[in-house]
Ligand binder design. Structure first.
Ligand SMILES: Cc1cc2nc3c(=O)[nH]c(=O)nc-3n(C[C@H](O)[C@H](O)[C@H](O)COP(=O)(O)OP(=O)(O)OC[C@H]3O[C@@H](n4cnc5c(N)ncnc54)[C@H](O)[C@@H]3O)c2cc1C
Length: 353
């Protein structure tokens, strides 16, 4: 099926795009990478009379570091550009870890950070990362500019707080606090498929290894990214021991009832093991750095703490956990006939991320 006829315009400036968006209102759609919009148009799920192509607007394509260490990303920056930008692994390691999980390289070459956020698919990675990191979003319309806190942005499946005629222009990811560990994991049937379940974790550790803050955000577990505040809250005060034994009981029990209703039995297991995996990895990395004083290193994903911490290796719980995580990874890799790239863990003195 193909879309019904529509008009097409490709403005060169944001100014022009804003005035076209205001002029055509609900009859128009903004075109970013087209990786969600064009299939929807082909299926005639959406039938805009006018397509406003944002691809010529170079002022919406950038990655900048702010004075406070935050990362400002133009809405039209592609997912691939983020994957290869040198600032992303250092300033937004959680985003860096999640990007390769988005679809296939061909799709990431076109798909943009802004398009993914505005599309607001509950199974998408970028909305989860943005929520976990506490992103701020800048939108522009004829009325001017406004900032939207990420917690207010997602209003349901495929629905956001953006008003008619508003264009998302920038995403700001604040710096992670010193001593924060991060981790992202998802399980999908084949590499490149949307995830059956995924979870991002950010865990703050005090100098004595006690968890001071925690964030757990799930994808494909509700009408949007699911911020499991109760589960995350139960981590605070726990001590990051060799295997983070204190978090053994976290999992589906701590996640909201709405999510439980939706989760089938298999997904419950994924939630449980996914939670354990990301929490342990997020807690162990800063703890490892504290104990061993490691400098920046390139270490294989999921293997870092296992190989670096003698205590951790001695803990049967952790060994089982890592085996499970690696089994999921191995199954995905075998299915694709490709080897996974090692991830990059940045361990800096003092626990800075
Ligand atoms: C086969 C396939 C597999 C995929 N798998 C995954 C996956 O595993 N994970 C995942 O996260 N995604 C996946 N995607 C979706 C992909 O990541 C898209 O790139 C993303 O959802 C939309 O980004 P886009 O730039 O292509 O936006 P578009 O498709 O161009 O636009 C999406 C929506 O956002 C609006 N929009 C775009 N930019 C702006 C803006 N700046 N301001 C206001 N509104 C705007 C558009 O009007 C439209 O409504 C997949 C896509 C395909 C085709």
């Amino acid at each position: 099926m193909k879309p019904p006829p529509f008009e097409y315009v490709a403005p060169d400036s944001l100014e022009e795009a804003v005035s076209l968006a205001a002029q055509h209102g609900a009859h128009a759609k903004l075109l970013a990478g087209g990786q969600s919009l064009i299939p929807a148009m082909n299926f005639r799920v959406v039938q805009p009379a006018m397509l406003i192509d944002l691809n010529r607007i170079s002022e919406l394509r950038y990655v900048h570091q702010g004075d406070d260490g935050s990362l400002a990303i133009g809405a039209m920056t592609t997912q691939h550009e983020l994957e290869i930008d040198a600032l992303v692994p250092d300033r937004a390691p959680l985003l860096f870890e999640a990007l390769p999980h988005i679809a296939h390289p061909q799709i990431r070459n076109r798909g943009t950070i802004g398009g993914s956020l505005v599309h607001a698919d509950p199974a998408a990675e970028i909305p989860v990362i943005a929520l976990a990191c506490g992103a701020r979003l800048k939108a522009r319309s004829l009325e001017g500019e406004r900032w939207i806190e990420i917690g207010d942005f997602f209003q349901g499946m495929f629905v956001t707080d953006l008003a008619e005629g508003e264009i998302l222009t920038e995403v700001v990811l604040p710096p992670l606090a010193v001593g924060t560990g991060w981790s992202f994991m998802e399980a999908s049937r084949r590499r490149g498929d949307y995830a059956m379940m995924g979870v991002a974790a950010l865990v703050g550790l005090g100098e004595d290894g006690t968890c001071t803050s925690a964030r757990l955000v799930y994808l494909n577990a509700g009408d949007g990214p699911v911020d499991a505040t109760e589960a995350a809250g139960s981590l605070v005060g726990a001590k990051a021991g060799p295997a983070g034994r204190a978090v053994q009981h976290i999992g589906v029990d701590g996640v909201g009832p709405e999510m439980l209703e939706r989760a089938r039995e298999r997904l419950r297991h994924l939630v449980r093991y996914g939670s354990l995996g990301v929490i342990r990895q997020a807690m162990i990395l800063p703890a490892a750095e504290g104990e061993l004083g490691l400098q920046e290193q390139i270490v294989p994903r999921h293997h870092a703490a296992f190989h670096r911490l003698p205590d951790a290796a001695a803990d049967p719980g952790l060994v089982i956990m890592f085996a499970l995580v690696r089994r999921i990874d191995a199954a995905k890799s075998l299915a694709e006939g490709e080897r996974r790239q090692p991830g990059r863990c940045v361990l800096l003195p003092g626990g800075a991320v």
